[in-house]
Design a binder for this molecule. Structure first.
Ligand SMILES: O=C(O)c1ccccc1N[C@@H]1O[C@H](COP(=O)(O)O)[C@@H](O)[C@H]1O
Length: 211
């Protein structure tokens, strides 16, 4: 079964084009000012225009208010929202209001954390299992942290799901084999510095998902 891949936090035409050239099924644009990958909507529009219609453009948000999501929808830059630190009731409301495919990020450190995914059944279209970042971390994702994939063993998923958190070209093959993920998501694992995507690493990552 082909594995789908999201390259997240893209911010330049060159690195976006590298992701597209190497077969990414999804590209991610971050709308969260504390992130080194944050984009304004004008910049996102320039990038989004380069993306062919068969590739999904995912907007990454952290508990956004309605105005921010409305601005994103109006900008025409995204096909889906990825919502971090957002309660199930808010995910459902954003999904209903925006009409966009909605992903709920679930921060995982222990098996008990996985149970939070159940609350999103009926509220989200997909769960993104991501590593939990420390309480005092500036970002709830995009920090290259990985969780113990064995926690997913035997877990009954209530929604389609994707795997993220600390993936890189060297470990993504093992991650797919170990978890059975059919969609993987990477940000810092294909960077040379925070927020600086590396075209060679993007190519290597996408190649590793196909072998
Ligand atoms: O990438 C960011 O800056 C970011 C900011 C706020 C929320 C999520 C963010 N990134 C997402 O985090 C995961 C894992 O990233 P990494 O591969 O471990 O660096 C990924 O889904 C990004 O979309």
């Amino acid at each position: 079964m082909p594995v789908h891949t999201k390259i997240c936090g893209l911010s330049t035409p060159e690195t976006l084009d590298a992701a597209l050239r190497h077969g990414a099924s999804h590209v991610g644009f971050v709308f969260f000012p504390p992130s080194p990958r944050h984009l304004d909507f004008a910049r996102a529009a320039q990038l989004a225009a380069r993306v062919p219609s068969h590739v999904r453009r995912v907007g990454v948000f952290v508990d956004p208010d309605d105005a921010l999501v409305e601005e994103a929808v109006a900008s025409g830059t995204i096909d889906a929202v990825q919502l971090h630190k957002t309660a199930a009731s808010r995910v459902a409301a954003i999904r209903a209001r925006s009409g966009l495919e909605s992903w709920a990020a679930v921060a995982v450190k222990t098996r008990a954390d996985l149970d939070a995914a159940r609350a999103f059944a009926g509220a989200a279209d997909r769960i993104l299992y991501d590593a939990k970042t420390p309480d005092d971390a500036k970002l709830p994702g995009g920090m290259g942290l990985r969780f113990d994939w064995a926690l997913l063993d035997g877990f009954r998923h209530h929604l389609p799901w994707a795997l993220s958190g600390g993936l890189d070209p060297a470990n993504v093959g093992e991650a797919i084999a170990r978890t059975g993920a059919s969609l993987v998501d990477v940000s810092s694992g294909v960077e040379s510095a925070p927020g600086v995507k590396d075209m060679d690493k993007i190519g290597a990552f996408l190649k590793a998902t196909q072998s």
